[in-house]
Structures are given as C-alpha cells and as structure tokens.
Design a protein around this ligand. Structure first.
Ligand code: LIP
Length: 264
C-alpha cells in the first residue's frame, strides 16, 4: 500500500496544475455549462475541463485507483484507494470572479463517506496561492508550516457556514444561524466549503457548520481538520436529507451540536 505521504505529494502536484488551469480559464472568461439541482447550482466548462485534467493525471499515475468526482461521477478501482475530487469548490465565486475557490483532492481507502479512511488530502487556493495539505497520521500543513485548530477567545467563536442552492432551505438555515450566533463573535460565509474547512485547520476560523455538503466538498478538508487536532463530524444518520457537517475544536463542536441539533 502506497504511503499516505506519497499520495499527498501526488495530490499536491496535480492540484497545483489543475488550479493554474482554472485560473487561466477564469481570465479567459467563464462559460456556463449547465445548471444542476437549481438555477443557482451551476457548473462551468472550466469545472468539467479541470476535473478531466485531474482524472487524466490520476489515471496516468495510478490507473488501478477508483475515482469520485463532482462533475464526472465515479469509477471503481481495484487498489482499494479512491480519489474524491471537487475540481472547483466555490463554483459560484469562480463564476462571479471572486478569488475564494479551491481545488479539493482527497485519497481515501473505501467508498462510503461514513466509514472511508482518508489517507491524503489537498485544498489548493489558486488565486491566494495557498496549498493546504495533509497525510494520515502525518499532520496538516500550509505551504510547509504545521497547522493547529484554534480555541475561541473571550469575544466568542469566529464561525463559518454556508447555504444551499435551494431557496426553500434558506429559512431553516437562517433559523440555525440564529441559534448559533450567541456563541459567535462573528460569522463568515466564504462560498467554498473546502476553503472553510482548510481555514478551520489553520486556526483562521474557530468552527464551521453547514448542511447539505457532498463528499467531494469535504473529503480533503475533513482530513486537514483532523490532522490539525480538530474534530470533523456528521452527527445525523445517513438517510437524513441535507446532513449537517460540523468542524472545529472538540469542545466547540460539542457546543455547535447542542445548538444546531437542540432536540437530539
Ligand atoms: C459549494 C460549497 C459551499 C456551499 C455551496 C456549494 P460547489 O460547493 O463549497 O460551501 O455553500 O452550496 O455546495 O458547488 O461550489 O462545489
């Protein structure tokens, strides 16, 4: 079995190449390819092209591995390792020309997000030029500097969240924000779950909560958080629609859970 550090280094190399392609395409102008679950849920031609590049590079390097990508779906492998890829996380930011989007690539052992073992992960932010990476049991780092999750200060926790593309979910999500704000000093909504999770790992955010993430949104960021000493949880059963994701230091995640799931 390949060492997690080797998988991490391959993921970093590919993510950086993919991120530069995304940046070039953004500079050339973004072409909308389609909408998915709602008018607000978009995919650009660049999403598809970047994922195709990542998939091709992984096939060249590790043809026996499985693949699960946001845009091109899944492909079973024979090695036991599956690559989970969001080519441009923060697609709406990308389409609108905002800098906070990221290439998210993770290598996992297994296929079920509720019990796969994350081996390696990278979240690469092409415009900001930051590479967050982790290998299982080897820690998490930002451009070579080790990462550690933070603890909230006396003013409260700096938290991040996100909202779904379906307008009918917004009232419930805003009610959740209302229950959480008493523990917060402030709230951020970056538009990129992978970036939010990387920032939790880096201590730039104390915690994060969001409903409805897909495995490719969180596969790499979850490993970053855990390898930085934090907790990543999806506390509800697998059959819950728009499952809750929580991340941060252990005590903070416990308090978030109490506030977001008051009846549990
Ligand atoms: C996005 C997430 C974001 C969430 C959006 C969307 P995408 O992923 O990163 O946190 O709020 O609804 O799911 O669609 O840009 O890959």
């Amino acid at each position: 079995m390949t060492a997690p550090t080797e998988l991490r280094d391959l993921a970093v190399e590919i993510a950086r190449e993919a991120g530069e392609l995304a940046r070039r395409r953004r500079a050339e102008g973004v072409a909308l390819a389609a909408t998915k679950t709602s008018l607000a849920d978009i995919v650009t031609e660049a999403d598809r092209e970047v994922e195709a590049l990542i998939r091709a590079r992984l096939d060249e390097a590790r043809p026996e591995d499985g693949f699960l990508g946001e845009e091109s779906g899944g492909g079973a492998g024979t090695s036991g390792v599956t690559w989970v890829v969001d080519p441009i996380d923060g697609t709406v930011n990308y389409a609108f020309g905002m800098p906070l989007y990221a290439v998210s690539i993770a290598a996992v052992r297994g296929t079920d997000p509720d019990d796969w073992t994350a081996l390696a992960g990278v979240v690469y932010s092409p415009v900001v030029g930051e590479t967050f990476s982790a290998a299982r049991d080897e820690g998490a780092e930002l451009d070579g500097v080790r990462l550690r999750v933070s603890e909230p200060g006396a003013a409260g926790a700096l938290l991040a969240t996100g909202f779904g593309y379906d307008p009918s979910t917004h009232a419930g999500d805003l009610a959740t924000v209302g229950r959480v704000m008493p523990m917060a000093r402030d709230l951020r909504r970056s538009g990129s779950a992978a970036t939010d999770l990387a920032y939790v790992a880096a201590g730039r955010l104390d915690g994060y909560f969001e409903r409805g993430l897909q495995p490719w949104d969180f596969a790499a960021g979850a490993l970053l958080v855990r390898e930085a000493g934090g907790v990543f949880r999806r506390p509800e059963p697998a059959d819950v629609v728009r499952r809750l994701t929580l991340a941060g230091g252990a005590e903070l995640v416990d308090e978030l859970s109490r506030r977001v799931l008051p009846h549990v």
